[in-house]
Write a protein that binds this ligand. Sequence first.
Ligand code: GDP
Ligand code: MG
Length: 439
Amino acid sequence: LAERVQSAIEKIARKGRIDKETLEKGLREIKLALLEADVNYKIVSDFIKDVREKALGAEVVKGVNPAQQLVKIVYDELVEALGGEAAKLDLKGKPAVILLIGLQGSGKTTTAAKLGAYLKKQGKKVLLTSADVYRPAAMLQLKKLGDKIGVPVFLMEEEKDAVKIAEKALEKAKSEGYDVLIIDTAGRLHIDEELLDEARRIRERVNPNETLFVIDSMTGQESVNIAKAFNDAVGMTGIILTKMDSDARGGVALSVKGVTGKPIKFAGTGEKIEDFEPFHPDRVASRILGMGDIVSLVEKAQEVIDEKKALSLQEKILSGEFTLEDFREQLRMIRKLGPLHQILSMIPGLGSQKMLKQLQQVIDEKKLKRIEAIIDSMTPEERRNHAIINASRKRRIARGSGTTVKEVDELLRQFAQAKMAMKQMRKMQKKLAKKGGRF
Ligand code: GDP
Ligand code: MG
């Protein structure tokens, strides 16, 4: 998908401005791409209509080329279509009940444990239960996960009625003062009337606060039908998208959200318990587009710093001639720009959590001032070539900045890490450039 969107945008970029004919061509490409990514056709049509209106009405912002502007319009529409802000859980009542439904293999049992650990961390007293009466191994799987995260698991291994298990678990949760009860259910490999009916009966009987539909982000074209079947037969209050660590682009998010109209509340991002987070529409939108929000970065930068500085810094990052002097300049800009995580998420190529974390470590907001002081205490030569900073120079710099040699060392190490991260970005940019684009 990313490639298609990119190539569509590149075509427009070459023209220099968005004329109607080029725009229509680009939109056609984007439409095909979204359809290919399993987005429901009606959602795609509405989406394209909105983008068209906005693109035609948009004034060309100085310093941003029309292609970048179209990216921003497409991006904003995607974020909106994916649901704006990350949705919260309804945890009213004692216990609040959360029912997980979905096909076998979608990740329900894993998600039950992830959600349990997530809520436990927020200080909630959580009880897990498995209403999967078809596979003894499923109960055992949940039990193991529960033990691992230190959350009790209520099981009735001999019981063959899933509704009864859910009822008994609710009784126990009530009488023992649990805050949250999470009910894992059975799944089949395909939509199955008996299974849907069982889930519906559980829902009717325990009246959960949340019925969360769990779906694998690699499901593909079928996702629309599966989501619709569960929504019609059982009903749901929200969606959890699993396996976002796969190379699936996230088209499933758009299509499931679109066909059910229900908010996507969480995303599973790996097999481990902690690979779980509130769903961020903005991140998935970036991912569907396959690039960070370069336009926002440029625009925001324009607001607080002059365009020339921003561009020259960008060029330096891209060319690899990045020195401590530029690093200091960048730190100053970042301080002016606002919340760090927001800025980082806008830099193209930083889509991956790993790299974000890496950079966040490098640039800890609280440390920024001390780092600036250290760099201030260097000679211009040292700033341009950090390799010459030996032990005696480090001592002098530490004295001059009122810090320690250890802190100077750490800064140099972090700077090296930042350069590495930029190198990775550059590689990505080169790869894209080879395909003929600007991004
Ligand atoms: P269930 O049949 O719906 O209960 O699915 P399971 O919870 O048993 O998960 C099926 C498989 O998917 C297991 O191997 C899980 O480890 C894996 N899985 C679940 N969530 C994720 C995720 O977010 N990322 C990855 N990579 N694997 C996941
Ligand atoms: Mg299971």
